[in-house]
Design a protein around this ligand. Structure first.
Ligand code: SAH
Ligand code: SF4
Ligand code: F3S
Length: 476
């Protein structure tokens, strides 16, 4: 069966489950534990479930189906998941609850063993490569009360045309590539998501056009390494291992060209992408960002460490200087560019000096936003076997120090917004005060201001009047 036929088969199963559930009011509760790719997967899970007749609920007590979409990038997720499955033991008896667990953590053998041993009542376990088979798996459970484990360890395929139920009506996530080839030595993702494979340009463009038609204003392009979009495919074509008879890649054969094409789509006002890798940030991508008026000038550029020695240990393939040079080059080409980043504190072998290098880069770049993580050893990664692991208390001390510095820089950056005019995409009512609307600037800063509800989903010009650590206040 090819991918198309596989999806057709699943659509048959969607009908079958719907038939089984006929005349019943069935609700599902989903918990999404991971990154934005994981969230986008959950939107597909919800899309399939709703076509099968299930209705979403936040109340697990009234659900007949509980879904966990897991993440394993750091350790704390495991305890959280096991706690949650434990809590379901009693609820399960009361209303015939079906429990399904999917996502990245399910690609780890030791986790599956633990679930089988400690939580034998779990009905469905599925991985990152079998998400699209949820209808079939659910059918088996309802029809014949089987327990299903559907995990495969492959390099992965790309499935199109899955139903989708999106979280937002304004911002649409579009996964452009799956998997990762980079094998950073701390990271589990390449092991649980398989090798890099990109969606076809036309499939992406059509999805964005469809979103634009439905009133979406912002597009977030997702992938573990978006600036190597189509790289493996093009290399295969060049090496003669793949042909492009249909001319699928004749117009768009790189991330830069994809950005330029999406920028042309009418109705879309803003384009973001996460995450690019600094090593792949070629000039054509920088030029495409510069030339494309809708592409946000806030670039998420994961640093991980500012020490060249640590970057080598992490297998990141760039040095401190190369990172800083890249930032400098982009600042020169795109004057309004701003940066956000990810940093890991306390990777194996990190000395005070290495950590100081990280702080140095943080100060030099002046990031708008820093996502900070304490290194968490992942089973099966090269980092696990490294000597010189850093004691927890030192990791925490460094983390706190970094956090203080980042907050100081953010406060400084925030002040510079006061008095400026910002284009804000209004997302909805402010969560804390319904008299206010809330939206984001091009640089992803939250802005709250007084205004009419009719502005939701629109880009409005806002003058910033005051700053508060996590948001700015403004006026129309
Ligand atoms: N592909 C993206 C990031 C994916 S994971 C990239 O390369 O930028 C998101 C972030 O989690 C990473 O950027 C990294 O900072 C963090 N992370 C990954 N593995 C980690 C680990 N073992 N411990 C702590 N943080 C980790
Ligand atoms: Fe993990 Fe590195 Fe791949 Fe990002 S690029 S997903 S950090 S291996
Ligand atoms: Fe994302 Fe976590 Fe998987 S970060 S790719 S959900 S391991």
């Amino acid at each position: 069966m090819n991918e198309l036929e596989e999806i057709e088969l699943q659509k048959e199963y969607i009908k079958k489950v719907k038939e089984l559930n006929k005349n019943k009011i069935l609700k599902y509760n989903i918990l999404t534990m991971g990154c934005q790719l994981n969230e986008n997967d959950s939107e597909k899970i919800c899309g399939m479930l709703e076509e099968m007749g299930y209705i979403a609920t936040d109340n697990i007590e009234e659900a007949s189906l509980a879904i966990f979409n897991t993440c394993c990038v750091r350790e704390n997720a495991e305890e959280k998941l096991f706690g949650k499955i434990g809590e379901l033991k009693n609820i399960r008896k009361n209303n015939n609850l079906i429990i399904a667990i999917g996502g990245c953590m399910m690609q780890e053998k030791h986790i599956i063993e633990k679930i089988k041993k400690s939580f034998p009542y779990v009905d469905i376990i599925f991985g990152t490569h079998t998400l699209h088979k949820l209808p079939e798996n659910l059918y088996k459970v309802i029809e014949s009360k089987q327990k299903v484990k559907d995990i495969i360890d492959i390099n992965g395929k790309v499935y199109e045309n899955l139903p989708i139920k999106r979280e937002s009506k304004i911002i649409g996530s579009v996964t452009i590539m799956y998997g990762c080839n980079n094998f950073c030595s701390y990271c589990i993702v390449p092991y649980v998501r398989g090798r890099e494979r990109s969606r076809k340009p036309d499939d992406i463009i059509n999805e964005v056009k469809e979103l634009a038609k439905n009133g979406y204003k912002e597009i977030v392009l997702l992938g573990q390494n978006v600036n190597s979009y189509l790289r493996s495919e093009m290399e295969e074509i060049r090496a003669g291992k793949r042909t492009d008879e249909k001319g699928l890649y004749s117009k768009i054969d790189s991330f830069a060209k994809l950005l330029r094409e999406i920028n042309k789509i009418e109705g879309i006002e803003r384009i973001r992408f996460i995450s690019p890798h600094p090593k792949d940030f070629t000039d054509d991508v920088i030029d495409a960002i510069k030339d494309s008026n809708k592409v946000s000038k806030l670039i998420h550029l994961p640093l991980q460490s500012g020490s060249t020695k640590m970057l080598r240990a992490m297998n990141r393939k760039y040095t401190k200087e190369e990172y800083l040079n890249l930032v400098q080059k982009m600042k020169e080409k795109i004057p309004e560019v701003k940066f956000s980043t990810d940093i890991i504190v306390g990777f194996a072998g990190e000395t005070e000096e290495d950590f100081e290098d990280t702080l140095d880069v943080v100060r030099k770049v002046g990031f708008e936003q820093v996502y900070m993580f304490i290194y968490s050893i992942r089973k099966g990664t090269p980092g696990e076997k490294m000597e010189n692991q850093i004691p927890e208390e030192i990791k925490h001390k460094r983390f706190d120090k970094l956090k203080h510095i980042v907050e100081d820089i953010m406060a400084e950056n925030n002040k510079a917004y006061i008095g400026t005019n910002q284009k804000v995409l209004v997302e909805g009512l402010s969560k804390n005060n319904e008299e206010f609307l809330s939206g984001r600037t091009d640089s992803n800063k939250i802005v709250v201001f007084k205004g009419n509800k009719s502005l939701i989903g629109k880009l409005v010009n806002i003058k910033i009047v005051s700053e508060h650590m996590w948001y700015l206040k403004g006026e129309i």
